[in-house]
Design a protein around this ligand. Structure first.
Ligand SMILES: N[C@@H](CCC[C@H](N)C(=O)O)C(=O)O
Length: 279
């Protein structure tokens, strides 16, 4: 089976072309391929598929084999893949995901995709839709205790669940332990992605992420969008800011006129090859 490894802000996935390959058991395949010692090594796998309602479809599986509703960084890489490999000539691409249709706008330079802006849709704040076991219209800066510490949490869904914790400094924190403890806490019935955010200025935020199903990754596109929304709701940032992640920067804007969040960033090929897939 042919595969392509790509990264967006260091969030690395293995992309499989569902137009050419029959991909049975993608969850099992995701675990095998993602293994950084016995596989190719990645944060998960992404299937690029035909779609009846959109130009293309995308499904993504975390490194532990679980399927996620949406992946922001992967959506930009899918845009690069389908354009540069001649699957489309369109620069505006409709992408079907489990979290609805996302619109990708490609910026092209010398026939290559330089960056992709993704209309990520509206953030979801209602606790039962995120889901988070809380009452009320939203969860913004509410206390949450883990071990003997109390954190203020804000919960946002960008098609997948996120909990955001603002910190003055996370350089000497054990985010792995904290992330693991929060990810499948009973407060989150479908588990959650966890973002730790340090506000640098109203236009600049530093973020680290513990991803549901993959552990710490270098970046999370939906997480960056959720963090910007959380920062606005808590009065920490403007509606347009740069999110600095371990693997690079993403520009995020939560537009007032349509309530949609827009994410802009790069997408890069790492390498490609063949996987001895037995079907
Ligand atoms: N890295 C992604 C999100 C991947 C899915 C996530 N781990 C989940 O289970 O919801 C992104 O760029 O958005």
């Amino acid at each position: 089976m042919r595969f392509v490894k790509m990264q967006g802000a260091g969030n690395d996935y293995i992309y499989l072309n569902g137009f050419e390959e029959e991909i049975a058991n993608p969850g099992v395949l995701a675990k095998e391929m993602s293994d950084r010692h016995f596989g190719i090594g990645s944060d998960g796998i992404v299937l690029i598929l035909p779609s009846e309602s959109c130009d293309f479809g995308m499904r993504m599986f975390n490194a532990d084999g679980s399927e996620a509703e949406m992946c922001g960084n992967a959506s930009r890489c899918v845009g690069k893949y389908v354009y540069e490999r001649g699957l489309t000539k369109k620069k505006k691409i409709m992408l079907e995901t489990k979290a609805g249709t996302k619109i990708l706008t490609l910026r092209i330079k010398n026939k290559k995709v330089e960056s992709v802006c993704v209309d990520m849709g509206e953030p979801v704040l209602s606790p039962e839709k995120i889901p988070v076991k809380k009452t009320g219209a939203s969860v913004i800066g509410q206390p949450f205790s883990i071990g003997n510490e109390i954190f203020n949490i804000t919960c946002v869904s960008m098609g997948n669940p996120h909990v955001i914790i603002f910190m003055d400094d996370f350089s000497n924190r054990d985010l792995h332990t904290l992330g693991k403890q929060i990810e499948c806490n009973p407060l989150f019935p479908e588990c959650t992605n966890v973002e730790f955010v340090k506000v640098d200025s109203p236009e600049s935020l530093y973020m680290r992420v513990w991803e549901r199903g993959s552990g710490e990754t270098y970046a999370c596109g939906t997480g960056a969008c959720a963090s910007l929304v959380a920062a606005v709701l808590n009065g920490f940032s403007h509606r347009n800011a740069v999110l600095h992640l371990l693997g690079g920067d993403l520009e995020i804007e939560w537009k007032e006129f349509d309530n949609h969040v827009y994410m802009t960033g790069g997408a890069e090929l790492v390498f490609e090859g063949e996987w001895p897939y037995k079907g």
